[in-house]
Write a protein that binds this ligand. Structure first.
Ligand SMILES: Cc1cc2nc3c(=O)[nH]c(=O)nc-3n(C[C@H](O)[C@H](O)[C@H](O)COP(=O)(O)OP(=O)(O)OC[C@H]3O[C@@H](n4cnc5c(N)ncnc54)[C@H](O)[C@@H]3O)c2cc1C
Length: 453
């Protein structure tokens, strides 16, 4: 009973293995590479970083800085290795990918109670396990998962629309409303950004046509035939916005930007086209751009989407993207301690849980590793305070979200607001971080979980 199986030796699985092993448990870490690779990984190393080599800012006034500090407090192996493989990048924690993954692999190989098994796991085990097989989970395991989750709760593609901060939308231009006034709320459920003039709409479409796009990898090319964010089925209704624009100047104005039933109260007229923004979180601090799944580069999204009236100063907490991404509808499957509601022997971590970004994947691996060890020791589970960044992420992914459920990275909008208003943004972020760290320390003391710094 004291053995733990971990499926996937990526960022989450490697951190989870370290956390469980240093608590004295025997860990069998299954990694299918190099026998079977994913379309994105290039080496056989554990904890391979597949794309950007930056883990984000180290500043405590940034979401990534807070999460890095939380990880350090719980003795994260991967953050230790990242700091050892750090390369110059201003205030960001950028790493030499090869040194980083080699260091992680060496540490894990040197742990006498970790066995690294280079083999694909094809179905979920019955014995205690952590699932950390990532966004490119092998097909056989994904099939077993879809049986476990009853299919409807497993997504195969990420067709995510950009998300902006509500307080960065100019409501002197935008307005609340639902098409033909048919919303649940009296003022309307959507924030509407109107193109009042034909020329400004045409300028926007022309910029979309000229925009620089991300080059898709071979395994992602079928996404262009249209995709929805679930069940892996393709259909026309979810084409990238720039692909729709290619079909004709008026395609968007007759499609997702159709202005019908959305009269502009500022001008008392019907706009030429309207971009609708839908509430994205319970606190209504985040809104997503409806129908704006896209393959434009992040820089182009920022430039072009700020041409939308009302979004001139928009702050993006996430950009749109389309790539293969296997993840679960965690609210139906997971508890905030990352243990399955269906099978208590099973914990989950990493991208498969619906978190996004290297740090969030490492952090959920850390918590799953600690909680799986506590479960094996029959000790109480850790459910971290929602004021900490990791606690907030776990709360977010396990709370039913009637508006949308899409992968989420660390950001300050996930945290409950401060009791006292702090107007200066930098000071507010710092205050949020300090509160989170204090609450985390107090909670860990209560739970007899040692902190390293
Ligand atoms: C193309 C692409 C680009 C990305 N770019 C970025 C980026 O720039 N920044 C960012 O923050 N995030 C990026 N991501 C997301 C990135 O994948 C995650 O941040 C991170 O690697 C996920 O960590 P993880 O541990 O959940 O999964 P991974 O790190 O992918 O680890 C999962 C591991 O499980 C193994 N595995 C899968 N199935 C099985 C099985 N059946 N049996 C045994 N082993 C298995 C895989 O080989 C892999 O090693 C990108 C993802 C993709 C697909």
């Amino acid at each position: 009973m004291n053995e733990l199986i971990i499926i996937g030796g990526g960022l989450a699985g490697s951190e989870a293995a370290w956390q469980a092993a240093k608590r004295g448990f025997s860990v069998r870490l299954f990694e299918m590479r190099p026998n079977k690779s994913t379309p994105a990984h290039q080496t056989s190393h554990l904890a391979e970083i597949v794309c950007s080599n930056s883990l984000g800012s180290l500043l405590l006034s940034r979401p990534s800085g807070l999460l890095i500090t939380e990880l350090q407090r719980l003795d994260s192996l991967l953050i230790k290795c990242a700091l050892e493989s750090q390369i110059p990048a201003g205030k960001a924690l950028a790493v030499d990918r090869k040194s980083f993954s080699s260091a992680v692999q060496e540490h894990l190989q040197n742990m006498p109670n970790i066995e690294i098994v280079r083999k694909e796991v094809k179905k979920l085990p019955k014995s205690p396990a952590i699932l950390a097989s990532g966004p490119l989970t092998s097909a056989a395991l994904a099939k077993s998962l879809s049986r476990f989750t009853r299919q409807d709760n497993l997504f195969f593609y990420d067709a995510v629309a950009p998300i902006v901060q509500a307080d960065s939308i100019n409501m002197n231009i935008a307005y609340w409303g639902s098409r033909y006034g048919k919303g649940a709320k009296s003022g309307g459920d959507y924030i509407n950004c109107p193109f009042n003039m034909l020329a400004e709409y045409e300028h926007f479409v022309n910029e979309l046509l000229l925009a620089e796009k991300v080059t898709l990898k071979d395994f992602e090319k079928d996404i262009h035939s249209g995709v929805r964010g679930g069940k892996g089925k393709f259909f026309e209704a979810c084409l990238p916005i720039e692909v729709m624009a290619e079909r004709g100047m008026k395609t968007l104005a007759f499609g997702p930007l159709r202005p019908v039933g959305l009269r502009n109260p500022h001008t008392d007229s019907r706009p030429q086209a309207v971009v609708q923004l839908r509430q994205d979180n319970q606190a209504a601090t985040l809104f997503n751009l409806v129908g704006f799944q896209t393959n434009l580069t992040y820089a182009e999204q920022k430039r072009i989407f700020r041409l939308i009236p009302g979004l001139e100063q928009a702050e993006f907490v996430r950009f749109g993207q389309m790539h293969r991404n296997t993840y679960l509808y965690a609210p139906a499957i997971l508890q905030p301690n990352l243990q399955s509601c269906i099978n208590p022997n099973l914990f989950m971590a990493g991208q498969i849980t619906g978190v996004e970004g290297y740090l969030a994947n490492i952090a959920t691996g850390m918590l799953a590793g600690i909680n799986a060890a506590r479960y094996l020791k029959d000790e109480p589970q850790l459910t971290l305070p929602p004021t900490s960044m990791l606690g907030a992420l776990c709360t977010y992914i396990t709370t039913p979200n009637p508006h949308s459920f899409q992968p989420m990275k660390a950001n300050f909008n996930l945290l409950p607001p401060l009791e006292n208003l702090v107007k200066n943004k930098e000071e507010r972020f710092l205050a949020l971080s300090n509160r989170g760290l204090q609450d985390l320390s107090a909670y860990l003391r209560e739970q007899n979980e040692p902190e390293t710094i």
